[in-house]
Design a protein around this ligand. Structure first.
Ligand code: FAD
Ligand code: NAI
Length: 475
């Protein structure tokens, strides 16, 4: 007889493993299957998906090391610290990153044991419906049955036609996190989140980095002021970012790669580099799910089609994370996973898609929540803005981090906070205050009346709230 579960989760990334843990906590007999594409020394399934294996966690580990390297080389001396010229041992840096990945991926196995989630090794694909309204799913060589299924199969890097990725010379996110020596010249196609983060890592370590971006505007997803400031700061750091380009032929040579492209004026250009990273977005993983076998609806973009509560068109089948619409972010996937488990248990599962924070872990960091100024203008919403530079913040000066600002946008009529945009040190942590405020429907006046510790970077958030009412105290 087939193994029977209340809930089967397909995919063990942040969306899937969190959904499985929450479902088990709520008393469901839960299993999670993982197709295990990441090399594991023992051939066991590695949990954590893109995020832990080839995404969030390894990239942040490399960003940290390269940031320290840059500080040691460029800012220590001005503070009276003499360390000489720092040298980077790339294999040690990559080894440290891999240790963190291993620690966290095996940690999730521990969480599965603790919460009694059964881990199944193998690719999951639909077989059909069961007689009692559940689903049969093939996992590896066996068919298991579950009353409810959560699809959390994530995404993979989008590749460009005629640019084969070997993850040695031409890399997507997988190879980009395992480069074994600092390239003299690094080319990147796509000035999005990965391009900027990985470009920052290798520039800090000494590579000459050129980023080729198709869109005419730089970082158009961010608030317009933030994007402008970021372009200025990143260019000053030495990142060569070219917007409005059209990529032509890419030739892989014996040692390196040659990229032909038309620049923003339409002039033919050629860029030679030792390595190329292609970071032009990601596509949902629905290959081999056998969606068609059960009539599971996909969108035109290949995502699993869901409603605002992650329900698919099939009863008892849900989908969360990168495989459905919305931002491809780990915390969004996790929120959806929890929501679905709670809805299955008859609880009021909830995910507020208006307060999902975005962070780009460059230096300075960029973070935002809510609407950008250009969105408010386009939507015809009257707003007021408060903007405070970190230059006016004592803690930022003490930290040698005067770059950037906090910008708060509030409704002109009700004062309700509509967006918070930060470019500056620790923006990734500071943005939480904006998220909490917006979740509670706060007005800028609410934040303005809350005591913020001194001296902290969070005082810039406080001052931005005061500035919405044109009464900042320190600027
Ligand atoms: P995934 O993490 O992709 O996991 C899906 C899992 O399902 C995979 O393990 C896959 O092997 C498995 N699977 C697929 N098909 C099947 C099948 N049929 N059967 C069984 N298993 C299957 N997000 C952030 O929020 N912050 C960051 O800092 C950040 N940094 C990133 C850096 C990089 C370089 C990249 C590439 C992404 C980054 N992301 C970041 C995005 C984040 O990794 C994803 O949004 C997140 O991993 C999505 O989670 P998921 O569970 O939906 O999918
Ligand atoms: P992205 O969507 O952030 O950026 C892709 C960029 O490539 C865009 O600017 C796009 O205009 C450009 N582009 C597309 N086609 C092109 C072409 N043919 N030529 C030149 N440029 C082209 O995608 P990216 O950087 O690949 O990252 C994928 C996703 O992973 C992100 O959108 C995000 O959801 C997630 N991620 C999140 C991180 C974070 O939260 N800090 C870090 C890294 C990734």
């Amino acid at each position: 007889m087939s193994k029977q579960f209340d809930v089967l989760v397909i995919g063990g990334g942040p969306g899937g493993y969190v959904a499985a843990i929450r479902a088990a906590q709520l008393g469901f007999a839960t299993a999670c299957c993982e197709s295990n594409p990441y090399a594991d020394p023992k051939g066991e399934p590695r949990l954590g998906g893109t995020c832990l294996n080839v995404g969030c966690i390894p990239s942040k580990a490399l960003l940290h090391t390269s940031h320290l390297f840059e500080e040691a080389g460029h800012t220590f001396a001005a503070q009276g610290i003499q360390v000489g010229t720092p040298k980077i041992d790339v294999s040690k840096m990559i080894g440290r990153k891999s240790t963190i990945v291993n620690q966290l991926t095996s940690g999730i196995k521990g969480l599965f044991k603790k919460n009694k989630v059964s881990l199944l090794n193998g690719h999951g694909s639909f077989v059909g419906a069961t007689a009692n309204g559940g689903w049969q799913v093939k996992v590896g060589d066996e068919v298991v049955e579950a009353k409810q299924v959560i699809i959390a199969t994530g995404s993979k890097a989008r590749h460009l036609p005629n640019i084969p990725v070997d993850n040695k010379i031409v890399c997507d996110n997988v190879g980009a996190l395992d480069i074994d020596a600092v390239p003299k010249k690094l080319a990147i196609i796509g000035a999005g989140v990965i391009g900027l983060e990985m470009g920052s890592v290798w520039r800090r370590l000494g590579a000459e980095v050129t980023i080729l971006e198709a869109m005419p505007d730089f970082l158009s997803v961010a608030d317009v002021d933030v994007a402008k400031e970021a372009a200025k700061l990143f260019t000053k750091q030495g990142l060569n970012i070219q917007t409005g380009v059209k990529i032509g032929e890419v030739k892989v040579l014996k040692k390196g790669v040659s990229i032909a492209y038309a620049d923003k004026d339409g002039k033919e250009q050629k860029l030679d580099a030792d390595r190329l990273i292609v970071s032009v977005g990601r596509i949902p993983n629905t290959d081999g799910l056998h969606a068609e076998a059960v009539g599971l609806q996909l969108t035109e973009r290949g995502q699993v089609n869901v409603d605002g509560h992650c329900r698919t068109n099939l009863p008892g089948v849900w989908a969360v994370g990168d495989v459905v619409s919305g931002p491809m972010l780990a915390h969004k996937a996790m929120e959806e996973g929890v929501m679905v488990a709670e809805l299955m248990a008859g609880q009021a599962g909830h995910c507020n898609f208006d307060t999902i924070p975005w962070v780009i872990y460059t230096s300075p960091e960029i973070a935002w929540v809510g609407k950008t100024e250009q969105q408010l203008k386009a939507d015809g919403i009257a707003y007021k803005a408060g903007k405070i530079p970190f230059m006016a913040n004592g803690r930022a000066l003490g930290m040698d981090a005067p770059a950037g600002f906090v910008k708060m946008l509030a409704c002109a009529e009700t004062d309700r906070i509509l967006g918070v945009h930060i470019i500056g040190a620790n923006a990734s942590e500071l943005i939480s205050e904006g998220v909490v405020a917006m979740e509670f429907g706060a007005a800028s006046e609410d934040l303005a009346r809350i005591c913020h510790a001194h001296p902290t970077l969070s005082e810039a958030v406080h001052e931005a709230a005061l500035a919405c009412d044109k009464r900042p105290l320190h600027f």
